[in-house]
Ligand binder design. Structure first.
Ligand SMILES: Cc1cc2nc3c(=O)[nH]c(=O)nc-3n(C[C@H](O)[C@H](O)[C@H](O)COP(=O)(O)OP(=O)(O)OC[C@H]3O[C@@H](n4cnc5c(N)ncnc54)[C@H](O)[C@@H]3O)c2cc1C
Length: 399
């Protein structure tokens, strides 16, 4: 494998960097860099700028707005976007349901959904997990019974990220309760404004509300919203999950975060000098950077191997990227928390209208602790890390 970039690749990278850093509003990129919550408008604005330049869905087929890029160009795109702190295009649209519709959907579904999905005119959320079906996803119970030209959906989904903004939800539903677990599942597209759907927010440990419960009570869904074949939904879900895990490695983002850790450590007093001079801190930092470099090379190998893989087949190497990538994202937020130390204490005593003055700088109090707590999720969502280890053991080690 050639690890040096060609002059053309370097020019490609520089053009992307210039575009990301001049066209995406600095205020949005600042929020990403500091790990603050993005509002719906921030995500819409950023994705539409990217889409207008053909940069929202490069992984899609060219006829639907994708780019005929080499694996190296795809790698550079991801890396530069993350290093520039550009909000990634909404993954539910661009790396989950979009590729599923483009690969397995009907022509009518492609025309109806793909352009609007790329431009975020439709905001999708993911309805896979249920209270009793997370790691054991194939145990899902939400049912869809066929009645004439419609499915009637009943059940509950949970942990639905950003479901509060969603126009549509892509769901795994049980269409054949008599078949063996995986065999009776279908992939259904459901308009969130259909009567019978209720959303309920869940507050997370960082104080944010980014996940929801979604309830379905006799929800009527036109049969034309079934993707692919009835009872083949598990195959499409495996394809989707492997794409989801690719995006979760976020190597560029971790690099950007480590650079921030370094900048802040140089300004943070510790003992006689600065935290930056502390050998134990430097050792932890170096260890994280070494592991990140190893993961970066692993990601390049995986991207390069994709050339030889059929486009509708799931790629188990995405589990390695998800597993290690999420561990390193947590390590980086842990380092940031270490720099902030007691300055990461919340501004107030938990009462919204406290008059207590903040005890540290804004970067510490407002953003670091919520970010640290928020990132506990990355080893759980997209399939927990224990489950990724099992996939790796099976696919690569033959266990
Ligand atoms: C912040 C966040 C956002 C999410 N967003 C979405 C979303 O938008 N849409 C969606 O559908 N889902 C979403 N999820 C759900 C996520 O995919 C599940 O939480 C995840 O698959 C784990 O399932 P569970 O929560 O039911 O835990 P469980 O499956 O009950 O697992 C509990 C623990 O047991 C371990 N475990 C379970 N089975 C095994 C096993 N066989 N071997 C070894 N260890 C095992 C797990 O690793 C975990 O540590 C989100 C989750 C989080 C935390």
């Amino acid at each position: 494998m050639e690890l040096r970039f060609t002059p053309e690749e370097i020019a490609f990278r520089e053009e992307l960097r210039r575009f990301f850093r001049t066209e995406i509003p600095a205020e949005i990129r600042r929020k990403v860099s500091e790990g603050r919550h993005l509002g719906k408008e921030d995500i819409l604005t950023s994705q539409r700028i990217l889409n207008a330049r053909g940069l929202a869905v490069p992984n899609w087929p060219v006829e639907w707005g994708g780019q005929d890029w080499t694996p190296v160009q795809r790698y550079l795109y991801l890396e530069e976007m993350q290093l520039s702190a550009v909000p990634p295009p909404l993954s539910f649209n661009t790396s989950m349901v979009g590729p599923v519709i483009a690969t397995f959907g009907s022509e009518a579904q492609k025309k109806r959904f793909l352009p609007a999905t790329a431009n975020l005119d439709i905001w999708w959320c993911q309805g896979f997990s249920e209270p009793g079906a997370g790691s054991d996803l194939a145990g899902l119970k939400t049912s869809a019974r066929r009645e004439g030209d419609a499915y009637i959906v009943n059940g509950q989904k949970t942990w639905t990220t950003l479901g509060q903004y969603a126009d549509w939800i892509f769901c795994l539903v049980r269409t054949d309760p008599t078949a063996k677990k995986q065999k009776g599942i279908s992939f259904l597209l459901i308009d969130m404004n259909t009567p019978g759907i209720t959303r309920r927010p869940i507050q997370t440990i960082d104080g944010g509300v980014e996940v929801n419960e979604i309830f379905f009570d006799e929800v009527r869904v036109p049969a034309e919203n079934l993707v692919g074949e009835e009872n083949k939904g598990w195959d499409y879900a495996k394809f989707l999950l492997s794409n989801e895990r690719y995006g979760i490695a976020r190597i560029g983002q971790t690099k950007e975060r480590i650079e921030r850790v370094k900048r802040l450590a140089k300004q943070t007093p510790a003992g006689e000098g600065m935290l930056w001079d502390d050998p134990d801190f430097r050792r932890r930092l170096a260890q994280t950077e070494i592991e990140l470099k190893a993961l970066e090379i692993t990601q390049m190998r995986a991207i390069s191997a994709q050339r030889h893989r059929a486009s509708d087949q799931p790629d188990p190497s995405s589990s390695i990227l998800k597993l290690k990538g999420s561990e390193l994202q947590q390590a980086a937020t842990g380092l940031l928390m270490g720099v902030a130390g007691p300055l990461a204490m919340p501004k107030s005593d938990g009462h919204e209208h406290s008059n207590e003055p903040p005890i540290g700088p804004d970067w510490g109090v407002d953003a670091v602790a919520p970010l640290y707590f928020n990132y506990r999720k990355v080893s759980i969502y997209g399939g927990s890390n224990e489950i990724q280890r099992q996939i790796i053991a099976k696919a690569f080690l033959g266990l």
